[in-house]
Design a protein around this ligand. Structure first.
Ligand SMILES: [Mg+2]
Length: 366
């Protein structure tokens, strides 16, 4: 039974301006992030929903997502034939991992709903309540603003912070933030900011010296040769996690040589199917696994959480950074992610209700 596809652009509004290394100066940062929601529906009225959150870090935007979605022949997709549907989508060039992600989510949502089970169960996985704690991310800003945001996050019950670095004022920023959030463990993400292995090591040694930092994500550019990564990995006093270094399962062997763990994101892997493959490939090679996100609604965050039992670290907070979330899904209670109080019982366990102009009013290109 073939499907009908509709897509709608939606601008997620950030609670605070968001800046990471290389994107904008402290105090600046972007104020909204456009995403695309999709819905697949068959002639029986069965539906599945998905979300694409394209990132300029990977040369994607809502236009590249929309272009991909516009050439999809939805009559070749089916909730009852996921393997064939995926093979068809994989044949479309150029590909768009965020658009592929939206469709993969929608197909799995519809397929799992059709048999009345949550997506994690449909994929043969569990979801352990009470165990999955997400970090809360702080973008680059002035020391005062970063300290204020850290104190507010901790006062709100967040037990773990992830801090963006990669500017000259990093040490000042981190010192202010640590003083404002005493005792809270901190994960650091450099977004490829440190250009040489020596520079990276000197920053990492300082971070380790604070006694507060648990791990460092993407210290150097992914294009640096393996020899530099091996040099750093041998000397680093803190675990190194590859993010820009890791797109899909195919990158697991290189990452197993170069770093201690990888950050898996659904928008990089093209959805839950690729995310599951990536997590399994990484774990088989002995890598630690993090499940991460972009700026996203609760739709994508809830989708990722269905894989949480395969992750050592969670950074699923993109929905907490926005103030116009159109989706209702996973609950976050003092950083602990849970599905036990979610009303929707099957599929992704997400309700999409806050789209401007109603839910998918027409087939509007992004
Ligand atoms: Mg990262």
């Amino acid at each position: 039974m073939s499907l009908r596809l509709v897509q709608q652009r939606f601008d997620l509004h950030l609670r605070d301006p968001w800046a990471i290394s290389g994107t904008s100066a402290a105090g600046g940062g972007k104020r909204f992030h456009p995403v695309v929601f999709v819905q697949l529906e068959d002639s029986l009225g069965r539906r599945g929903i998905g979300e694409a959150s394209p990132s300029s870090q990977y040369q994607e935007d809502v236009h590249s997502v929309s272009r991909f979605l516009s050439v999809v022949d939805a009559s070749r997709l089916s909730f009852d034939h996921l393997v064939e549907s995926a093979a068809y989508l994989d044949s479309i060039r150029p590909s768009s991992p965020p658009a592929r992600c939206a469709l993969d989510l929608a197909l799995l949502d519809g397929a799992a709903r059709a048999v009345g089970v949550p997506v994690h169960q449909f994929l043969g996985l569990g979801f352990t309540e009470g165990r999955h704690v997400t970090s809360f991310s702080l973008g680059i800003d002035t020391p005062e603003v970063m300290a204020r945001k850290a104190a507010a996050a901790v006062a709100g019950g967040m037990p773990l912070l992830k801090v963006k670095v990669g500017v000259e004022a990093d040490r000042e920023n981190l010192s202010a933030l640590m003083a404002a959030a005493p005792g809270v463990p901190i994960r650091v993400d450099a977004n490829a900011a440190w250009g040489t292995r020596e520079e990276a090591l000197s920053h990492i040694e300082w971070l380790a010296g604070t006694g507060r930092v648990e791990l460092v994500e993407q210290p150097m550019p992914p294009a640096l040769p393996d020899a530099d990564w091996l040099w750093l990995k041998e000397r680093s006093p803190l675990p190194l996690i590859g993010d820009e270094l890791f797109q899909t399962a195919a990158d697991a062997p290189r990452c197993a040589r170069c770093v201690h763990g990888v950050n898996v994101k659904l928008v990089k892997t093209g959805g839950l199917t690729g995310g599951l493959q990536a997590l399994r490939a990484a774990r088989e090679l002995g890598l630690k696994t993090m499940l991460g996100c972009m700026i996203e609604s609760s739709l994508l965050i809830t989708a990722a959480a269905h894989l949480a039992d395969l992750a050592d670290y969670l950074d699923l907070d993109g929905n907490l950074l926005i103030d116009n979330d159109p989706a209702v899904g996973i609950q976050c209670d003092r950083g602990v992610l849970g599905l036990d109080r979610v009303v929707e019982s099957a599929g992704l366990r997400v309700t999409l209700c806050g789209l401007d102009g109603g839910v998918f009013p027409a087939n509007v290109p992004a």
